[in-house]
Design a protein around this ligand. Structure first.
Ligand code: AMP
Length: 722
């Protein structure tokens, strides 16, 4: 979490609401089941506290009877009542524990998923043979295929649909760019150090872990304490560094491994610094996001778009963040793929011509008010969210809707997807509104896409620093008279003074913002000359009175010049893919019932390969037919794999199910083959010549399995397996 209010905050799993974890469900949870679990947790905690009071009172009564040397039958009856109460208390404790132990289920589920992913080489820790490095992972062959599929769908769904302009900028970014954007100063997370070993921790993570653990393990918490801890979890991202430090002290949180005291939280910059060139004189950074490459090229992009607004530019590429203590596998890494869109729009008109196409979508939204008042996320129609002002404007709403469609079409479960609005402090001060698409997985709710209306902040920052006007123009139908600050550089004087550099000096003077120009005017009037930084020349030049006139004038304007606002959907591709893995994973018993088989139910769009081809047994005829089908599949551009091993067909199916391959063609004759669908395990019989085209249509969505089932001879489930 970045706690500087000036800067955009980054969040992950900001609370631990999860169907796996009832303890946090009441903060937000979506499903009725989760809400019921949360309310039963609350009522069980209350019942436990009441029962504890009853046990205490009965214990006192027994002691009083004994002290008063009461009759033995009376004492025995009181003891029996006490024991009965204790039994009731243990039973409530067990019920509560079983609700809270969902965390264990969550962990064993995650273990099954990640174990399958690593075993089938979807990903692996970088340089594993050397022990790996925290926060760095390699994608193996199926992982690469899934990523490629997600990115090509992203391009289709966003870039092509909106005719966006795509950019590809280097990962190494000069320092000036990241100084102007604010990253050099403020791209920080709050860190605490073990005061004895100097081990580093993320301050908010320690506080979050403390609250979660207390809620999960301490059955004796009072209802007030439970509410307080849940409130801390809900508002964690809103805490100032001081508030965070104070809570860490108040709860007595120490270093997790040594229990040593911790330092106060302090900001740690997450950027990897480097030197550009052998002299070591020019500082650069590995980019922490791809957006800046688009902002600095705004002028050319605008020109490329025929000097018209609105338009969007997009970039996919690697981003680097030196995370303090990466954990949660692929979710928090030090290098990851970002896919970012910068949609430039007139700040005075943020309507969107295609908003009507998404206005009727209804999904889980978690507005700021609901979070602060401890309510849950709720289903809201997008059109209503925009018309009621819950979402700031139509363009932002349009992208929220498009992101919803993108994620659900990839295979994200719509009931475990919500759009959470940033809290007041969490949002950068210049931003008009921000929403995160959060996906629930075994780690809790994870921010996977940030969708922010960043107003004109980025373009202004780069205009100011670079002295290149990153602006748009709107031509008036009728000329208008306006009073304006007019900056008129003298081309002659500037030409004489700066010769080959005159163009850049002229541009920088003309790009001055009002305040800077007025300061220059005052300085020229009092001192006759002034030092002026020209970013494009990387130096300061001296401007004198003769070189520029600055004055307010009434002018006839033919156009309005303004800095566009930017609406930025920013996709963490690795996080989306990991959540997709969890949402697609399930286990089912083998035919003999002696094994749990693992399956990824990827939609064909995402599946690493679309189809496998198996000769039923090893013989030349079946292998020749398999080759023929493989040739047709290649010609039809269907990714596939031929498996000619002699392993049993059931085992071969199981192997491809683990990779999420949706269809398998089994060659069991010269004239026809079976096509098996992964999840139902049902099979249809198709002529050899038709097999490739049937699979192509299925994987490209031109037909469904139900269509194929009704058009071809078929038989239900698993009969041929094993
Ligand atoms: P941000 O610029 O912080 O809003 O991040 C944009 C997106 O990048 C987030 O929505 C995440 O999906 C993703 N992201 C941010 N940090 C990481 C990280 N350390 N590892 C993986 N993905 C990340």
């Amino acid at each position: 979490m970045l706690l500087h209010q000036f800067f955009k905050l980054r969040t992950i799993a900001r609370n631990s609401q999860s169907p796996f974890s009832s303890l946090s469900i009441s903060l937000s949870s979506s499903s009725p089941m989760a809400a019921a679990a949360a309310s039963s947790e609350d009522s069980l905690r209350k019942a436990l506290a009441d029962k504890q009071s009853a046990v205490d009172a009965q214990g006192n009564a027994v002691r009083a009877l004994k002290a008063a040397s009461a009759a033995k039958p009376d004492i025995d009856a009181a003891i029996a009542a006490l024991n009965a109460l204790k039994l009731e208390k243990s039973s409530i404790e067990r019920s509560l524990q079983s609700i809270l132990s969902v965390a264990d289920t969550r962990e064993s589920f995650r273990h099954a998923v990640t174990n399958t992913l690593e075993r089938r080489f979807f990903y692996i820790p970088t340089a594993k043979i050397y022990g790996g490095v925290a926060g760095l992972y390699d994608y193996g062959p199926p992982g690469c295929d899934v990523k490629l599929n997600v990115l090509s769908f992203w391009r289709k769904h966003f870039v092509r649909e909106e005719q966006m302009l795509e950019m590809d900028c280097p990962c190494v970014t000069p320092e000036e760019v990241l100084k102007a954007s604010g990253h050099v100063e403020k791209f920080t997370d709050l860190m605490v150090k073990d005061t004895k070993t100097n081990n580093c921790f993320r301050a908010d993570h320690l506080l979050k872990d403390y609250c979660n653990e207390k809620l999960q393990k301490d059955l004796t918490l009072s209802p007030e304490k439970v509410a307080e801890l849940k409130n801390v979890l809900a508002l964690l991202d809103d805490f100032s560094p001081e508030e965070l430090g104070a809570k860490i002290k108040e709860y007595g949180i120490t270093a997790p491994d040594t229990q040593n005291p911790l330092s106060d939280p302090y900001p740690f910059n997450l950027m990897f610094q480097t030197k550009i060139g052998p002299s070591g004189l020019q500082t650069g950074y590995l980019r922490p996001e791809t957006a800046q490459g688009i902002f600095v090229n705004f002028r050319d992009l605008y020109y490329c778009n025929g000097n018209k607004l609105p338009f969007a530019a997009a970039q996919v590429g690697q981003a680097f963040r030196n995370e303090i203590a990466p954990r949660q596998g692929l979710l928090r890494v030090r290098e990851f793929t970002l896919a970012e869109i910068e949609h430039f729009v007139d700040p005075e008109d943020k309507s969107h011509p295609k908003f009507a196409e998404v206005a009727d979508l209804e999904f889980l939204m978690f507005p700021r008010e609901e979070q602060v008042s401890g309510q849950s996320a709720k289903r809201i129609r997008l059109g209503e969210a925009v018309s009621k002002g819950i979402v700031n404007n139509e363009t932002l709403g349009y992208f929220i809707g498009r992101v919803y469609l993108f994620l659900t079409r990839l295979g994200i479960d719509k009931d475990r997807l919500r759009f959470r609005q940033h809290l007041a402090n969490e949002m950068a001060h210049y931003a008009a509104d921000c929403w995160d698409a959060e996906i629930e997985c075994s780690y809790g709710w994870i921010e996977c896409v940030g969708i922010a209306d960043r107003s004109a902040y980025d373009l202004r920052a780069h205009s100011e620093k670079s002295k290149v006007a990153l602006v748009a123009q709107e031509k008036f139908l009728e000329p208008k008279e306006v009073e304006k600050l007019v900056i008129t550089p003298s081309k002659k004087e500037i030409g004489l003074a700066f010769k080959g550099e005159q163009k850049k000096v002229l541009e920088a003077l003309e790009a001055m913002r009002e305040k800077e120009a007025l300061d220059m005017k005052a300085a020229l009037e009092s001192k006759g000359e002034v030092e002026f930084e020209v970013c494009q020349l990387k130096k300061t030049v001296t401007i004198n009175k003769k070189m520029v006139t600055i004055q307010k004038e009434k002018k006839i304007e033919h156009q309005r010049v303004f800095t566009p606002s930017v609406i930025e959907p920013s996709f963490g591709i690795g996080r989306i893919i990991y959540c997709l893995y969890e949402h697609s994973f399930y286990m089912r018993p083998s035919k003999a019932g002696d094994e749990e088989l693992r399956v990824f139910r990827f939609p064909a769009l995402v599946a690493p390969i679309k189809c496998t081809v198996f000769p039923l047994v090893q013989n030349q005829t079946f292998e020749a037919v398999s080759k023929l089908i493989s040739k047709s599949l290649t010609a039809a551009d269907v990714s596939h794999k031929v498996d000619i091993t002699g392993t049993s067909i059931g085992k071969r199916y199981a192997r491809t199910d683990e990779l999420g391959v949706p269809f398998a063609i089994t060659v069991d004759s010269e004239s026809s083959v079976t096509i098996r669908e992964r999840d139902s395990k049902d099979q249809v019989r198709v002529d050899v010549e038709k097999a490739a085209s049937v699979v192509k249509e299925l994987t490209e969505g031109q037909s469904t399995w139900a269509d194929v089932w009704s058009n071809f001879p078929h038989h239900s489930s698993a009969a041929a397996e094993d």
